[in-house]
Design a protein around this ligand. Structure first.
Ligand SMILES: C[S@@+](CC[C@H](N)C(=O)[O-])C[C@H]1O[C@@H](n2cnc3c(N)ncnc32)[C@H](O)[C@@H]1O
Length: 339
């Protein structure tokens, strides 16, 4: 199994030839159900969604075999309306993997599309999300949580430095000026001190305090936990976690790369963040449905090794050109044509 290669072949055959426990991360987006005709392979062109799920799960089984015990598998699958009915194809796939106990689903990362493709049906909302399912083979999976969307922390820390020693000071003044009882004031000062410490230690980004008789009631004064706290304690503290929290949501535009001949490219930004989350430098990243080469490009830029499999020669060659243009592997030539 050579690394830093694009193999033009049917992934069902190529994957079967790979040794077990040899890859650190599989990240891929198989053809969606009845979305487009890619030519060759037939995956995505099945007559029923059940046959489609069976085929995709068959490939997933091979992926489980080839990844290491510490490795992970990310599948991005889009949904499909049939006779106006949303099939929930991605979830049928994930449920089948769970039914067969093939791997553990540790996260469903939701891609929120900033510029979704407008659909023509005026009686439906525009679908603007897609899941990236993150599966692992064992509990020993590699997971570098801090590396995921790390740039936000850098921005956040930049902002953090401007917070001086008087963070929350205004609330001490407001507590004193309030009509809270002495006991309530004492409790408010204690909790305020604790939350200021959390902010200074960067456990939270910020906070707000609402004091009875001083601030407007939260949620327009309607019932709920915060209102109860104000009634009983005389105050409530709202913690703001901000960017330092790693959430299972990622926003990105739908890729439109000039002169890209592939109709369904996924965002390099999302792939890059997942590679940082799930691998180390020099690890091996495999995409069995490489398409225009986004996974290989992201892996190479992040100093990981890549292997890409693509059945369609035109796309495999295009992926090769993308890597070449990015200054990669120009001297060696990494293309292997097996069809
Ligand atoms: C959704 S696209 C992947 C796009 C890719 N993520 C990108 O950013 O360009 C799926 C790709 O799988 C390829 N494909 C379909 N069946 C295949 C098979 N059996 N083996 C390898 N590739 C296949 C198609 O030609 C298509 O390019």
């Amino acid at each position: 199994m050579d690394v830093n290669k694009i193999v033009c072949a049917d992934c069902r055959e190529t994957l079967a030839s790979f040794p077990p426990d040899s890859v650190d991360l599989v990240i891929t987006s198989p053809p969606y159900f009845q979305q487009r005709e890619y030519g060759g392979g037939g995956i995505g062109n099945e007559k029923t969604v059940e046959d489609y799920i069976n085929n995709i799960v068959g490939i997933f089984r091979q992926c489980v075999r080839v990844i290491k015990k510490t490795g992970s598998i990310v599948f991005n699958i889009g949904d499909k309306y049939l006779d106006g009915n949303l099939l929930l194809a991605p979830y049928r796939f994930a449920l089948q993997v769970q039914k067969e106990n093939l791997a553990k689903l540790i996260n469903e990362l939701t891609w929120v599309k900033i510029n979704p493709t407008p659909k023509q049906d005026p009686r439906k909302l525009i679908p603007a999300t897609e899941p990236f399912f993150i599966f692992v083979k064992s509990n020993d999976y590699f997971f570098n949580k801090d590396a995921f969307l790390e740039y936000r922390d850098i921005c956040f820390n930049g902002k953090k430095k401007t917070k001086g020693n008087d963070i929350g000071k205004k609330y001490y003044d407001l507590i004193e000026q309030s009509h809270l009882s002495e006991k309530q004031k004492e409790m408010a000062r204690k909790e305020l001190g604790e939350v200021i410490l959390e902010a200074r230690q960067e456990k939270i980004e910020s906070f707000r305090m609402k004091i009875k008789g001083v601030h407007a009631l939260p949620y327009g004064g309607q019932g709920g936990g915060r209102l109860t706290q104000i009634e009983t304690k005389g105050f409530t503290i709202i913690k703001i976690y901000g960017n330092s929290m790693r959430k299972d949501v990622i926003e990105s535009t739908v890729e439109t790369i000039k002169e890209n001949i592939h109709p369904a490219v996924y965002p390099e930004f999302i792939v890059q963040e997942l590679i940082k989350l799930l691998t180390k430098q020099n690890d091996i990243v495999l995409d069995p449905f490489l398409g225009s080469g986004t996974t290989a490009l992201a892996a190479k830029r992040l100093k990981r090794n890549y292997i890409g499999i693509e059945i369609h020669r035109e796309y495999a060659e295009y992926a090769e050109r993308r890597l070449y243009n990015a200054g990669q592997d120009a001297e060696n030539g990494s293309f292997e044509f097996l069809l």
